[in-house]
Design a protein around this ligand. Structure first.
Ligand SMILES: CC(C)(COP(=O)(O)OP(=O)(O)OC[C@H]1O[C@@H](n2cnc3c(N)ncnc32)[C@H](O)[C@@H]1OP(=O)(O)O)[C@@H](O)C(=O)NCCC(=O)NCCS
Length: 198
């Protein structure tokens, strides 16, 4: 299997949505959980690629895009851009659901309305990232390669640190981030936040 890492280009965008959904249930396929297949990608993948295309890298093989790493260099600036540019059209497209709607779609739409809240780690670790590989690309060292490309780009940009969040059910990702040198800094009911000084 010939894996290639290359910079993001706009035709990759639907593939980012697809990979995000297929890994969106604590690393497993979330496509059975959502009626609207784009809701996860609207929040966790597409805005990064659109806002910071030079910090977005895709992993490809013979079958096409099978993974990505993406993020932002400055989470405060990213939060402001989300509020000013990215989220308003989505809020118009997806009105707030009724209070009694306990579906996963409703939860994501509420998050779109709430907006992106920067972590308290942001002053020391301004960047944050998301990394997702389809099952066929996992466990082969490709996540490490993608992460190294992303971290080297942040170093080129002079960013002093990067953080990320991971659900506590996602034990594989927790093990991966710790192997990559990330340090667990905060624990929440939903999971953990990790940081890495660059
Ligand atoms: C988590 C993920 C990015 C890791 O990428 P990967 O390509 O599978 O990992 P690699 O093969 O590059 O492994 C790198 C290191 O992490 C370790 N590691 C990776 N996955 C692991 C797992 N499930 N359990 C234990 N260790 C793991 C490897 O042993 C390896 O250590 P080594 O280099 O010292 O030998 C990838 O599996 C993935 O995308 N999973 C689904 C989506 C997801 O959960 N994303 C994170 C959301 S927060």
């Amino acid at each position: 299997m010939a894996f290639v890492i290359r910079p993001y280009t706009p035709p990759d965008l639907p593939h980012l949505y697809r990979v995000c959904l297929l890994t969106g249930d604590s690393g497993a396929d979330a496509s059975g959980l959502y009626r609207d297949p784009d809701l996860l990608g609207h929040f966790y993948a597409a805005p990064y690629a659109v806002h910071e295309p030079d910090l977005t890298f895709v992993l490809t093989d013979e079958e096409g895009v099978c993974g990505y790493v993406l993020g932002c260099r400055d989470s405060m600036e990213f939060a402001a851009w989300m509020e000013a540019v990215w989220l308003p059209p989505l809020r118009r497209r997806y009105p707030l659901p009724p209070v009694g709607d306990a579906s996963k779609d409703a939860a994501m739409i509420r998050l779109i309305h709430k907006g992106y809240t920067p972590s308290s780690l942001t002053p020391e670790y301004p960047a944050h990232l998301h990394i997702d590989l389809l099952p066929r690309a996992q466990g082969l060292g490709q996540g490490r390669r993608l992460m190294e490309v992303f971290l080297n780009r942040l170093r080129e940009l002079g960013v002093p640190g990067v953080h990320l969040g991971v659900g506590q059910r996602n034990v594989g990702a927790v093990a991966f981030y710790e192997r990559m040198g990330f340090v667990r800094l905060q624990t929440f009911p939903w999971g953990y936040e990790y940081g890495l000084k660059l």
